[in-house]
Design a protein around this ligand. Structure first.
Ligand code: PLP
Length: 388
């Protein structure tokens, strides 16, 4: 069988076998609707499982269980928080359309929600981000207005892995009477995510980024009265997110959160070391290779490099042929040939953006994977450069 070295863990991760085992009964014998718990022992079992998962996710981010609302994933959490908060504060407090502050390099789940809000008459400021890939808190301060309702800055960028000064930005938001949201989809279960230390009012999380199932996520909501429901329906999730619970998915997310919490420190250490080997070997074997974004303030599992003189699409295809799977832009734009909006937002020109690849490590990444990738990629680069 062809060897596969999967270096695209920022796009998604394989579900941990222990997570699958935990989920399995909730598809068949424990199939009940958790909302029937008051009169059904089957319902009670499903309800208990959902609440246990909620406790596990809450422990991972140092929240209270009732502050964890299960959603259909990171995109849904982002949409809900931006739209629900802007709409509620604008209607009930400001009595006019409020203002949102976010950044140019956010994930499309945030950027497109912000653009949708703009179309509805809300005001949005997209803060610029420099070559470091780190938002300057002073730029956020300068963007604040009396009508600013929410500041939304991602905890770490999904393409270049740079970690943002969320606690500092949250203080600025609060000083100006605004609330703070961080998209923590790339950081949860990878680096410490503590809602108290970060000082956030909202957080977005997605299970499939930390070896849980796809299509399930959570929103940390400090105060249930700070936003409108995203999905109106039955009384699930305190009336904030109607729809029958995705019990197997939620149970899987809970187990992934528990395992992620236990593995956090050793995995951070292991992946930091592996990423260093990956970078050092590539840099010693490929000239004109540069890291995109700040070198130190970044996720342990992320390496995003520009390799001058190559086209990333050609390199990624050649790598794929050799069994190495990585990415150019984010997963959501992978099928487009446009340059990554993240890289252009931090000042790369189109040529530089199209010469960049993201290698993202994860639980499944081994020393042998890194050896193989660092043996193979330099030869592919030499070949592509010779053809150019
Ligand atoms: N936010 C960030 C930073 C992401 O990286 C992603 C996924 O790539 C999302 C949001 C969307 O999450 P989901 O795939 O769960 O909808």
């Amino acid at each position: 069988m062809k060897r596969i070295v999967y270096l695209d863990n920022a796009a998604t991760t394989p579900v941990d076998p222990a997570v699958i085992e935990e989920m399995r009964p909730y598809f068949s014998e424990q199939f009940a609707n958790p909302m029937t718990y008051a009169h059904s022992s089957l319902g009670d079992t499903a309800h208990t499982a959902v609440e246990e998962a909620r406790n596990r996710v809450a422990s991972l981010i140092n929240a209270s269980p009732e502050q964890v609302i299960f959603t259909g994933g990171g995109t849904e959490s982002d949409n809900w928080i931006l739209k629900g908060v802007l709409e509620r504060a604008s209607r009930e407090r400001l009595h006019k359309p409020g203002h949102l502050v976010t950044a140019e390099f956010e994930h499309h789940a945030i950027l497109h929600s912000a653009l949708a809000l703009e179309r509805q008459g809300y005001e949005v400021t997209f803060v610029k981000v420099g070559r470091s890939g780190i938002v300057d808190p002073d730029d956020v301060r300068r963007a604040m207005r009396p009508t600013t309702v929410l500041v939304s800055i991602m905890h770490a960028n999904n393409e270049i892995g740079t970690i943002q000064p969320i606690a500092q930005i949250a203080r600025i938001a609060h000083e100006h009477g605004a609330l703070m949201h961080a998209d923590a989809v790339q950081t949860t279960a990878h680096i410490p995510v503590d809602v108290e230390a970060l000082g956030v009012d909202f957080l977005s999380i997605s299970a499939h980024k930390f070896n849980g199932p796809k299509g399930v996520g959570a929103a940390f909501v400090r105060d249930h009265d700070s936003l409108y429901p995203f999905v109106d329906g039955g009384g699930q999730e305190w009336g904030l997110r109607g729809s029958t619970h995705n019990v197997p998915g939620i149970v899987g997310m809970g187990k992934a959160a528990q395992l992620g919490r236990e593995r956090l420190t050793p995995e951070m250490k292991r992946l930091t070391a592996l990423r260093s080997v990956l970078f050092e070997k590539l840099a010693s074997r490929i000239d004109r290779l540069t890291i995109n974004g700040d070198v130190r303030q970044r996720l342990p599992q992320n390496l995003n490099v520009r390799i001058d003189g190559i086209d990333n699409e050609a390199l990624l295809l050649a790598m794929n042929e050799a069994g190495i799977i990585a990415a150019g832009g984010s997963a959501c734009t992978a099928q487009e040939t446009v340059p990554s909006h993240v890289l252009t937002s931090i000042g790369c020109d189109v040529k530089e953006a199209k010469a960049s690849i993201r290698l993202s490590l994860g639980l499944v990444t081994t020393n042998e994977d890194i050896d193989y990738a660092t043996d193979v990629i330099p030869g592919l680069v030499r070949f592509l450069r010779s053809m150019a």
